[in-house]
Design a protein around this ligand. Structure first.
Ligand code: NDP
Length: 305
């Protein structure tokens, strides 16, 4: 039976370290880091994420300032708000919650954020620094996954790592960070031939695809470490029966609550084959916010204000 890599516990450790960093700033007479969160429209999932981010900020002493704009806000107005936040000396980090409503260009918005305040690490300048292996603000989810792996003593040197997914947010930066730590990295995606065989080569398998239960137990090399980034909401009972044959608890939650969250990996099956697995929920999800607040503290310290 595999070990469960507890993301919640590690997120708490990361948040405690941010809290101490904020306290240290205060002791040096500096103000608390300021994080501006821009939420456009009323997407329910985004509202929950923003609420969770604000609550986490409050816990560690980071000042979070929410800016809510209507779904029909024109691009020029969003751009003007970003310019204003870029110029505000009390704002150390800016986060534009994605996805943006139709009609708004998320790349334009993200590229407009000052690289020094880009706490999501999505600006091409920060992505470029990562590519060169230089310090900068790095994407939160892969950074936090690396921190989890380091905490659990996973030695990446020479390891065969397979990253499923090639998004700018997770897959590509994750692959670069693994490469930086001397893993031998394969990036797989929707056009990859014989995905199960590629996955079976992995000593470390990172799934960031957004396809519930795509990775079956038979795709996993015995003893591999599995990091499941995917977050998928299942409501269909027939799909649940198929995906959760090895997870009676999940099936029960689906039956009683009408919906359940799961990852890209069939957790119950992975537990039988792998040496360590992150669960969903309670794995990578909580780590992402901890990574964001770590970046907010770093941005504030870099500003020296
Ligand atoms: P994207 O949709 O941007 O990228 C998905 C990637 O998966 C693409 O590269 C795509 O390939 C690949 N893909 C899709 N279908 C398949 C398939 N059948 N076989 C192989 N590869 C496939 O997603 P994100 O990277 O933004 O997110 C991925 C998942 O991670 C989502 O479930 C998201 O909710 C979750 N997530 C979780 C976070 C957390 O905090 N835990 C944070 C961020 C994301 P191609 O490029 O060829 O289209």
């Amino acid at each position: 039976m595999a070990t469960i890599l507890d993301g919640k516990a590690h997120a708490d450790r990361m948040l405690e370290s941010v809290r101490l960093g904020v306290e240290d700033r205060r002791a040096r007479g500096l103000r608390a880091p300021g994080l501006a969160v821009v939420l456009v429209g009323d997407d329910p999932a985004s509202q929950v994420y923003v609420r969770n981010k604000s609550a986490a900020c409050a816990k560690v002493g980071i000042t979070s300032i929410e800016h809510r704009l209507a779904a029909e806000t024109p691009q020029a107005e969003l751009d003007a708000l970003i310019d204003q936040l870029n110029a505000d000396p009390d704002v150390d980090g800016i986060l534009v919650q994605l996805p943006l409503p139709k009609g708004l260009d998320s790349k334009e918005a993200l590229h407009r954020i000052s690289p020094a305040k880009d706490v999501d690490g999505f600006h091409p300048m920060n992505q470029g620094l990562l590519l060169e292996g230089l310090p900068g603000l790095r994407p939160c989810t892969p950074t936090a996954c690396m921190s989890l792996l380091a905490h659990h003593g996973v030695n990446l040197k020479g390891l065969r790592a397979v990253v499923l997914g090639r998004s700018e947010i997770v897959g590509k930066p994750m692959a670069l960070m693994l490469l930086e730590q001397h893993a031998t990295v394969t990036i797989a995606h929707s056009r990859t031939k014989d995905l199960p065989a590629v996955c079976r080569e992995a000593d470390l398998l990172v799934a960031a695809v957004g396809r519930p239960g795509l990775v079956e137990g038979s795709w996993i090399k015995p003893g591999a470490v599995v990091v499941d980034v995917g977050i998928n909401r299942i409501e269909d009972p027939a799909l649940g029966e198929r995906l959760f044959a090895a997870e009676p608890k999940k099936l029960e939650t689906l039956k009683t609550k009408g919906a359940v969250l799961c990852g890209d990996v069939r957790f119950g099956e992975a537990m039988q084959v792998a040496s360590a697995v992150t669960p969903v929920p309670g794995g990578v999800g909580p780590l992402t916010i901890a990574g964001l607040l770590t970046n907010a503290l770093m941005a504030a310290n870099n500003h020296g204000a």
